[in-house]
Design a protein around this ligand. Structure first.
Ligand code: BGC
Length: 543
């Protein structure tokens, strides 16, 4: 730190969005030392090798800067390494909670870390330790649930892997997010028409904030998590990213957190209308690294002005830089060969796919099973299958997969529910499939399976008042029912869906949540190679 100029110190505090670096020479010229890519902002060649090449190039530019401090590249794994086409995709956190299996989550963490390290990335923005309370919130499914101790149990399993020594000697940094009280925001607290709950307020007491929402973060700090991301919410009218009491007094001083505090997407600028004043508030509240100076040159100019005007003290900047450099040292970024060899066989490897398939299997919850219709026999004579999600990997994989809001196609590797069922039944079973069940079929099937879904979404885009199935899916269910003796409905969703008025004549109902790429796991359970063991992570009333 003694060798650093004020300007170089300020550049340590910048987390630049990849897409806003138009000239890679800027990395060397200005010493850009931390980069992230938002979900969906992927390299032109979105493959593991495309990613490795992109990160390696950036590291090479960082090595051309005056002090040759290595670059810290961060990426979202809210949903594992799923920006990369060809990565193994595991179920979202809420449904891992349905498995109640911390060892499984530990193995998922390890598999994710291995795939990330293969792309030369050592910092990821997970686990999400929000306590999810209101299912209408579009981020409900990103959390491990609403019980603080269980959220922590699974979060800990995950952090353990990220920060331990990986098999190839690498270390990686987890991020506990979103500090603090993000799951306590109230519906309708927004004044903007397209935000109903996300990014808004909560008014809970400090007692509740500490006894519920702080619990997993306190435990994460005790377990030495290396970075914490501040949420986009406000508590008692003050944005958490501007709350010195919560960040400096509580997190850093009372809990002794000695890692890096980062702000969330552009939020350091949205505390006040005036960007400069906003930034000063965030840094003085205790934020060490600001996510998204899109315009990194003006960030640095603003910060230099703030130092000159004593709006921010050098002591505060030194504290932030010391925290950031310490983690870069502990990550061994100064020691590693920053341009590793290509080593991609780990991506979507049989080992990782088997873990994902196990996770799908264990997260399925049997909501209803009249006359023990399930499990089905592999010798069933005729099965009809309908529903828009039956044969669509994108729909079953959801938000944060390749694109922020998810994709709607089958172009990445995986098995769909339809192919999973086709793989498992006997040669003599006749399987008929139609997405909307819109063709005429004279023969009544023994069993009909309708696979319906909630539209994929991420974040505030789908804060939704009514959690119901679409008319199209309800029509597909009705038509399927009229062509079979007994009907199974599989629901893919990020939260409980209200089916109270429709479910009476459905024989069996399975909550399949967001099963990701390894749908073979669904067929494994329906046809009883494995039992149903998943338990509801949240209340789901049928009556
Ligand atoms: C989300 C964070 C995420 C960040 C970077 C934000 O919109 O709130 O959870 O880590 O984007 O992608």
């Amino acid at each position: 730190m003694e060798q650093m100029t004020v300007s170089e110190k300020i550049w340590q505090m910048i987390l630049v969005e990849r897409g806003s670096i138009f000239d890679p020479l800027d990395i060397a010229k200005y010493s850009i030392w931390a980069v992230l890519n938002g979900s969906g902002d992927n390299p032109f060649l979105n493959t593991s090798s495309g990613w490795l090449e992109m990160v390696n190039n950036m590291q090479a530019y960082a090595q051309r800067s005056r002090l040759r401090i290595p670059l810290l590249y961060g990426v979202d794994t809210t949903h594992w390494h799923t920006n990369v086409h060809g990565a193994t995709v595991f179920p979202h956190s809420i449904w891992l909670w349905a498995t109640r299996d911390a060892d499984l989550v530990r193995r998922i963490g390890k598999a994710t870390a291995e795939e990330m390290v293969a792309t030369n990335i050592f910092w990821w923005y997970s686990p999400n330790l929000d306590i999810a309370i209101d299912p209408r919130w579009g981020r409900f499914y990103e959390s491990f649930g609403s019980d603080p101790n269980l959220v922590w149990e699974l979060g800990q399993a995950y952090i353990g892997w990220f920060q331990s020594n990986l098999s190839n000697g690498a270390r990686a940094m987890a991020t506990a997010k979103h500090y603090l009280g993000n799951g306590s925001m109230v519906w309708g607290s927004s004044s903007q028409s397209n935000y109903f709950i996300d990014k808004w307020w909560s008014f809970i007491s400090e007692k509740e904030l500490r006894e519920v929402h702080l619990v997993p973060f306190k435990k994460a700090v005790d377990a030495k998590v290396w970075s914490v991301m501040i949420g986009l919410n406000s508590w008692k009218w003050v944005k958490v990213s501007a709350n010195k009491y919560l960040i400096t007094d509580l997190l850093k001083k009372e809990l002794w957190f000695d890692g890096i505090v980062i702000s969330d997407w552009y939020w350091a600028y949205e505390i006040e209308w005036n960007g400069y004043k906003s930034l000063i508030k965030a840094i003085n509240a205790g934020i060490d690294m600001v996510m998204l100076p899109y315009d990194y040159k003006s960030f640095s100019a603003n910060m230099e002005t703030a130092v000159k005007k004593w709006d921010v003290s050098m002591e505060r900047i030194d504290d932030a830089v010391r925290r950031i450099l310490t983690k870069k040292i502990e990550l061994w970024l100064f020691k590693k060969n920053l341009i590793p060899k290509k080593d991609f066989q780990i991506f979507w490897s049989t080992e990782h796919r088997n873990i994902a398939r196990e996770a799908v299997r264990k997260s399925l919850v049997l909501l209803k099973n009249n006359d023990n219709l399930l499990p089905l026999s592999k010798e069933t004579k005729k099965i009809i299958i309908s529903g828009s999600a039956a044969n669509n990997l994108g729909k079953q994989s959801w938000g944060w997969t390749i694109e922020w809001q998810g994709v709607d196609w089958n172009k990445f590797p995986g098995t769909t529910i339809l192919s999973g069922i086709r793989n498992i039944v006997s040669k003599n079973t006749d399987i008929e499939f139609s997405e909307l069940w819109d063709f005429w079929s004279s023969e009544i099937a023994d069993v009909g399976i309708a696979i319906v879904w909630e539209d994929p979404y991420a974040e505030w885009v789908w804060d939704k008042r009514m959690l119901v199935l679409s008319n199209q899916d309800l029509a597909a269910i009705q038509k399927t029912k009229s062509s079979c003796r007994r009907l199974v409905v599989i629901i893919i969703s990020g939260r409980p869906i209200n089916i109270r008025n429709q479910e009476k004549d459905w024989w069996a109902i399975i909550a399949a949540w967001l099963p990701w790429s390894e749908w073979q796991g669904v067929a494994d359970v329906i046809f009883w190679d494995y039992p149903f063991t998943g338990q509801l992570p949240v209340k789901w009333d049928l009556k």
